[in-house]
Design a protein around this ligand. Structure first.
Ligand code: PGA
Length: 221
């Protein structure tokens, strides 16, 4: 429709995303903006709990997060895999071992994300279900700060595999082969049910869906 095409010439797109998605979404947004140069994008990066509050208050055009809770009245479509892995410094004694039992991980000093983080929630749930209590040495509100702490020898952590997107898996910090990992999760693009989406927002959802698979980071098995 003409109105839609005009809408794509100019317009604003407000997206809020969980911290794990910032390793993927800006690249997809870059492609989208290159194709539609008149679009001005505004990105907010925060954790799951804060994002759910923004979603409930309808503060953004679109939000990108892990599976939204069942009780929330939202339209949510899966867009990409977000595997969570146990990360260690490359010279950690457990590096290179196969099928490490989760109980062994629980003996090591552990670095947790802040309260309200979906990554933290997934990690805590997994170890609790295994009957393990993590030895939490530190809480940090940033994936990048946690990577630096791991590199500094402060402990292990569970983070999205996408946090290694730029440095790869053969760098200073590496995933361990832990039984039950990677924890499988997915990102969804979501908005409140009944919301009228702008032409730009709909076009960006189409772009995310068209990019599924081939733009996601490919991980060696
Ligand atoms: P978060 O990300 O840890 O920044 O809340 C959650 C997610 O990827 O689902």
């Amino acid at each position: 429709r003409l109105a839609d095409l005009q809408g794509l010439k100019r317009g604003r797109l407000r997206i809020a995303m969980v911290t794990t998605a910032k390793y993927l979404i800006p690249r997809l947004l870059g492609e989208f903006c290159a194709r539609h140069p008149g679009i001005e994008a505004e990105l907010t990066v925060t954790n799951r709990e804060k994002l759910l509050a923004r979603l409930a208050a309808n503060e953004d055009d679109l939000v990108i997060l892990g599976k939204p809770p069942g009780g929330l009245d939202v339209v949510a479509t899966p867009i990409a895999d977000n595997p969570l892995v146990v990360l260690a410094r490359h010279d950690h004694p457990l590096a290179g071992q196969k099928a490490i039992p989760p109980a062994r991980i629980a003996e090591e000093p552990f670095i947790l994300r802040e309260r309200g983080s979906g990554t933290r929630r997934a990690a805590e749930r997994f170890f609790a279900a295994q009957g393990c209590t993590l030895k939490v040495r530190m809480e940090l509100g940033s994936n990048e700060a946690i990577k630096q702490a791991i590199a500094g020898g402060l402990g292990l952590s569970v983070l999205s595999r996408h946090t290694l997107a730029l440095e790869g898996e053969a760098g200073l910090i590496q995933p361990l082969d832990v039984a039950g990992f990677p924890l499988q999760s997915q990102w969804y693009v979501a908005y409140p049910a009944g919301k009228h989406l702008s032409a730009v927002a709909s076009a960006f959802i189409d772009h995310l869906l068209a990019s599924q698979g081939h733009t996601a980071v490919n991980f060696p098995e």
